[in-house]
Design a protein around this ligand. Structure first.
Ligand code: AMP
Length: 171
């Protein structure tokens, strides 16, 4: 199945000039969703992944099924103030201001192999913060698996040696 045909470009969302890659038509199609999860998982089946981390909120929809597929646990990386227990925080720059991701301090044991999963990599700022955060709590980040890479925004260059697996690349 051609997954790219189910991605909907929404111009000027959430702000003028941005073309938003809406993946909800993929999620809503049982066969396409299963195929997407399989494709995100495939390169990592023999990588010894203990846990899969997902970035709030769209990342959760992909990371959790990938975790089940890999027989691994799931780690939510959430926006500021959402996680109930003790957390570690990483801030990252946005076009205007900063944002932050948090994780529970006990989400991994030292040296555990973690796969990071998200829907889209754009500038790479969010993924880079997620990698720093996971490393700070002791994870070995074995890869970043994404559905869509917006190549022209250069995100792959900010991943600090973490291998990127992108299913669809837009130039
Ligand atoms: P960035 O930190 O610039 O790599 O942005 C990555 C985050 O923003 C991802 O978690 C995506 O969900 C979201 N994102 C950025 N640009 C787009 C886009 N054009 N379409 C859909 N989501 C996007």
């Amino acid at each position: 199945m051609e997954l790219s045909s189910l991605i909907r470009d929404v111009p000027d969302f959430p702000e003028p000039g941005v073309v938003f890659k809406d993946i909800t038509p993929v999620l809503g199609d049982a066969r396409a969703f299963a195929e997407l999860i399989e494709a995100l998982t495939a390169p990592f089946v023999d990588a010894g992944v203990a846990k899969v981390a997902g970035i709030e909120a769209r990342g959760f929809t992909l990371a959790a099924p990938v975790a089940v597929h890999l027989d691994a646990g799931f780690i939510p990386l959430r926006k500021r103030g959402k996680l109930p227990y003790d957390t570690v925080r990483e801030e990252y720059a946005l076009e205007y201001g900063t944002d932050a991701l948090e994780v529970h301090v006990d989400a991994v044991t030292e040296g555990e192999k973690v796969l990071l999963v998200d829907d889209v990599i754009a500038t790479g700022g969010t993924a880079a913060a997620a990698i720093r955060l996971l490393r700070r709590i002791g994870a070995e980040v074995v890869g970043l698996s994404v559905f869509i890479e917006l190549v022209f925004l250069g995100g792959a260059g900010h991943l600090d040696e973490v291998p990127l697996h992108a299913l669809l690349k837009y130039d």
